[in-house]
Design a protein around this ligand. Structure first.
Ligand code: KG4
Ligand code: ZN
Length: 344
């Protein structure tokens, strides 16, 4: 096979991403461009992503982001061999913008179109930094929209969900707790920073779904968020000052303790030797440190892509598209639908 240029488009949430990957004849991949335009600032005052605002922002950003990616890669549009696009899961209106753009480019260039799963894309992102995945691996996806444990036997199709959140996503819990204690949106980075000066044992917050009768690999963060709110309210009622660093460190410890314990236990129980952690929350310093420690203790290899590849981007979609091209998977039809609730 000669080299193929695969272009990936991402628009499932608040990031408009266009990535370009060169797939070599031996199956190796080179990242040529990774351009992202984010509408996060437009959502900040609402404390969360507003779907209609996100869709409009994608419409405005799509063509400029595409132009920037082509310029950065030095690739002409006419050199593109395949287009991959996130078709779900995600926000309905946001997904439509990316899929409509991908169809237009694929039709105009007369190249195959691959509708891909956003969650599988997050895992594929790691292959751009650490190379091909082993025959079997476990993925912990933690972002503002998802918290899932996936067993990956083949990125081109054999992915099984073995656990997920039953309520809030881990990043959503960070964003809601930040709001409660007066930190800006998105809440992950400021909580991560404040926690560095706090005591993780200062407050004993609940660890969701860790009782003996609870589903083994599912997660729950809504009770934790409520516990933080009640704790802060009680101190405010009594006129007591709260230590923001202690609240952040104790909350963060409750989140990452459960995430890492369940991921490592799943790897051990399924006999899987590699854990990939991805999604925006994978940028968290304490999550990385505790995962590294627990993986080392259990003899599990840990792979965490750099933060830029963890958050939503087009490069991960191009990487997954390249994987499908290399595997000889049939392209999608040109009437490819979007599916906001697409399972893995
Ligand atoms: O993957 P992402 O960019 O978008 C999706 O939600 O798909 O993830 C964004 C989420 C936000 O909830 C943000 O608060 C969280 O990732 N986040 C973090 C950190 N950086 C971003 N959470 C904890 N610690 C961080 N350092
Ligand atoms: Zn995502």
């Amino acid at each position: 096979m000669t080299d193929k240029i695969v272009l990936g488009i991402e628009s499932s949430c608040d990031e408009t991403g266009v990535g370009i990957v060169r797939l070599a004849g031996d199956g190796s991949m080179e990242l040529l461009a990774d351009e992202v335009a984010s509408s996060v600032d437009q959502h900040a005052r609402f404390g969360g992503v507003v779907p209609e605002v996100a869709s409009r922002a994608h419409l405005e950003a799509m063509v400029p982001t595409m132009s920037r990616a082509l310029t950065a890669s030095g690739i002409a549009l006419s050199d593109v061999d395949a287009i991959a696009v996130t078709c779900g899961p995600g926000l309905a209106g946001a997904l439509l913008v990316g899929v409509a753009a991908a169809k237009a480019y694929a039709a105009a260039l007369d190249v195959p179109l691959y509708g891909v799963n956003h969650l599988a894309g997050h895992v594929a992102a790691d292959t751009l930094q650490h190379g091909p995945l082993p025959a079997e691996c476990l993925a912990l996806l933690v972002s503002g929209g998802h918290t899932q444990l996936l067993r990956i036997e083949d990125l081109a199709g054999k992915i099984t969900e073995i656990g997920s959140t039953i309520d809030d996503a881990a990043g959503e819990a960070y964003d809601k707790v930040a709001r409660i204690i007066g930190l800006p949106y998105p809440g992950g980075p400021p909580i991560d920073r404040a926690a560095a000066d706090g005591d993780p044992k200062a407050i004993s917050f609940p660890r969701g779904l860790t009782g003996p009768r609870d589903a083994k690999f599912d997660f729950s963060f809504s009770g934790l968020k409520t516990a933080v709110a009640r704790w802060v309210e009680a101190r405010e009622r009594d006129g007591d000052a709260i230590s923001v660093p202690d609240v952040c460190a104790s909350f963060q410890e409750a989140v990452v303790d459960v995430l890492t314990a369940k991921a490592v236990r799943a790897a051990t129980e399924f006999g899987i030797g590699t854990l990939v952690v991805s999604g925006g929350v994978a940028a968290n310093s304490r999550l990385k440190a505790l995962a590294a420690q627990r993986c080392a203790d259990a003899g599990v290899e840990l792979r965490v892509p750099r933060p830029r590849l963890c958050t939503d981007n087009g490069a991960m979609i191009a990487a997954l598209g390249a994987h499908l091209v290399a595997a000889g998977v049939r392209p999608s039809a040109m009437d490819l639908p979007t599916d906001p609730g697409l399972p893995v």
